[in-house]
Design a protein around this ligand. Structure first.
Ligand SMILES: Cc1ncc(COP(=O)(O)O)c(C=O)c1O
Length: 459
């Protein structure tokens, strides 16, 4: 195959202006709602990740594979609530379970049987014996880190540079950093992600590159020599916040060996991968068992719900009362009722077979477009998750992502999608999430929008 085409920057700018104007024209109702919203909601949104210039797209409803915005535009949903709605919208089994629970009371702050059944099923899927509930991915990673610290009596934590693990201080470190500030590979910089994070907390979080077990080994050995042995390594087993970066063969096994050797708790943050890439998440898919796992997003089937799983040894500090793993809404009856229906009636072996087949279709379809137009990029995916990475070479970590990803084309692709009935996650780091309610025709809409972009870019 010949070298990929060199994209014309002026053409990208021209197409971006055209598509942005088209989107503004189609979403005037969102524009009006934004003007109203910003008077009371800060920046007009509930979470800063929902902000967008010149205004966010306000949604009205969702059903099956579709969402409708307030202007009445119907779109196939590949955003799926930042990867939470792998069940699709208003799935009958979830709707029924939640409605039934509503009749019998929605909150007690006392455990219910559904919570026990869900824990038993999570134990089976992840092969980890003990579980607790939380209400979000951030709570899951925050509590998991505290448990790891208590278990080991150590303060320092190690994370992967560029990985997002939620919005609490421990992990809002070394994410979204410009290429020039990443630092030396053996001594990556600990930098706060946004204001308001104490420097003393930032200093306790030490980043290492993904897919480089030897760099992790060297950094951990240095930390031990400096008298700062890590309590845990927290990582996504497959990175899902740089598009998708899969672990290279042998990498996770090596991380397991290093952490085991130094008595470090290995936490797999499966907030994105869990339930989306296999019944037992990345832990099952890649066959490496961590000491702890964190889940959220797809677990609650649209309700705020998360879980932490772990070995008997790590959960000892919770069971003996030395760590307070607590929360008024932990194990909320609506959340565990939804999770129970989700695990037993929706995310079944057939559902995973369907997702695998659809993703295969998406990846092959997108790759065929890339090959036909000779674009610099590649398609990559696993079960419900996938993306096109606009980079001439394979991205393996944050550094290569920052160096090679063509952010302008990623932004343009988002506009092409929105204008062609494809609702996608905004942001250059995101990927598609398929749902069990998607069809091959829905996927073809995505592939066709992508082909339209490829044709316009190269014509
Ligand atoms: C890997 C990972 N961990 C944790 C979180 C935080 O989850 P939440 O937004 O539910 O707090 C996210 C959110 O995107 C995530 O992708």
């Amino acid at each position: 195959m010949s070298d990929p085409v060199t994209l014309d920057r002026a053409r990208i700018a021209e197409l971006t202006a055209r598509e942005a104007a088209r989107l503004d024209e189609r979403t005037k109702g969102s524009g009006a709602l934004y003007e109203r919203a910003r008077r009371t909601l800060a920046a007009g949104v509930a979470s800063s990740y929902q902000m967008r210039d010149p205004w966010p797209i306000y949604l009205d409803r969702g059903r099956g594979a579709f969402v409708w915005d307030v202007d009445g535009n119907r779109m196939v949903d590949f955003h799926n609530g930042f990867g939470s709605m792998v069940q699709g919208h208003a799935h009958p089994a979830i709707t029924k379970a939640v409605a039934a629970r509503m009749e019998f009371g929605t909150h007690f702050a006392a455990p219910t049987e559904d919570g026990v059944v869900v824990a038993e099923e999570l134990k089976r899927r992840w092969n980890l014996p003990k579980w607790r509930y939380v209400n979000s991915g951030s709570e899951a990673t925050m509590d998991a880190i505290r448990i790891a610290r208590a278990r080991t009596g150590r303060d320092t934590i190690v994370k992967i540079f560029g990985s997002y693990h939620g919005h609490h201080d421990y992990v809002m470190v070394s994410i979204g950093v410009p290429y020039g500030k990443i630092g030396d590979r053996d001594n990556l910089a600990s930098l706060p992600y946004g204001a308001g994070i104490p420097q003393s907390v930032v200093n306790m979080t030490v980043p290492v590159p993904f897919n480089d077990a030897e760099a992790m080994r060297r950094r951990i050995e240095r930390l031990i020599a400096e008298g700062r042995p890590p309590a845990c390594v927290i990582m996504e087993p497959a990175m899902m916040n740089l598009g998708i970066v899969l672990p290279e063969p042998g990498y996770l096994e090596a991380v397991r060996e290093i952490t085991h050797k130094h008595g470090i708790v290995l936490i797999f943050d499966e907030v994105k991968t869990g339930l989306c890439i296999a019944a037992g998440g990345a832990t099952e898919r890649f066959g490496v068992r961590p000491d702890m796992v964190t889940l959220a997003k797809a677990l609650g089937a649209g309700l705020p719900m998360g879980a932490i799983g772990g070995t008997e040894e790590v959960f000892e500090v919770v069971e003996n009362g030395s760590v307070y793993q607590v929360g008024t809404f932990n194990g909320n009856p609506l959340g565990v009722a939804a999770a129970r229906a989700n695990l037993f009636e929706v995310m079944t072996p057939e559902a995973y077979a369907h997702l695998d087949a659809l993703n295969d279709h998406m990846v092959r379809g997108c790759q065929a477009v890339i090959d036909k137009y000779n674009l610099p990029g590649y398609a990559i995916g696993v079960a419900a998750k996938g993306c096109v990475t606009f980079s001439p070479i394979k991205v393996v970590d944050y550094e290569s992502f920052k160096q090679y990803q063509d952010g302008e084309v990623a932004d343009l692709a988002w506009l092409y999608n929105l204008n062609r009935g494809v609702f996608m996650t905004p942001g250059r780091e995101e990927e598609w999430t398929l749902s069990v309610q998607h069809t091959v025709e829905d996927c073809d809409l995505f592939i066709n929008a992508f082909e339209h972009l490829a044709r316009d870019l190269t014509s």
